[in-house]
Design a protein around this ligand. Structure first.
Ligand code: ZN
Length: 142
């Protein structure tokens, strides 16, 4: 679906403008919790911008996929367009709330609040390593 410029919200226009900037300039911009673009197809919920969300958060899409499957207790898979397909119908508010929780728990550094972190599995835990302040936090893995 292609939108006319007049149909974009202010935030979307900003996002479009920023996406054309080099990465270095973009990284200075304020971080926003990404919002899912959702469509319901039959009895399934499709997160259309799933890959973008994973990339924006700098998280392995497989981890994000498992997170949704675990939290919603339904099967989830990535289709050939790297959209996430969830069994069952879920509203945007449910999906966006889960993204918000994921960001607060598995992306933002609990010590300094930076979004520039890495999440790595180490046995039964995830290690959230902050690239800004160096803090390492262990979290229960899934
Ligand atoms: Zn930090």
């Amino acid at each position: 679906m292609v939108k006319k410029v007049s149909e974009y919200t202010y935030d979307e226009l900003l996002e479009r403008a920023y996406s054309k900037l080099p990465t270095k300039a973009r990284s200075q911009e304020a971080f926003q919790i990404p919002k899912a673009e959702i469509i319901i197809v039959g009895g399934k919920t499709v997160i259309r911008n799933f890959r973008w969300i994973a990339d924006y958060l700098n998280r392995d899409p497989k981890i994000l996929q498992r997170y949704f499957a675990k939290e919603l207790a339904v099967p989830a898979y990535m289709d050939e367009s790297q959209q996430l397909v969830l069994q069952g119908r879920f509203g945007a508010h449910v999906i966006n709330k889960l993204i918000e929780i994921f960001v607060k728990k598995y992306v933002l550094c609990p010590t300094c609040g930076s979004r520039f972190t890495e999440l790595k599995r180490s046995g039964k835990v995830f290690i959230l390593k902050c690239l800004a302040c160096g803090a390492e936090t262990s979290l229960q893995a899934f």
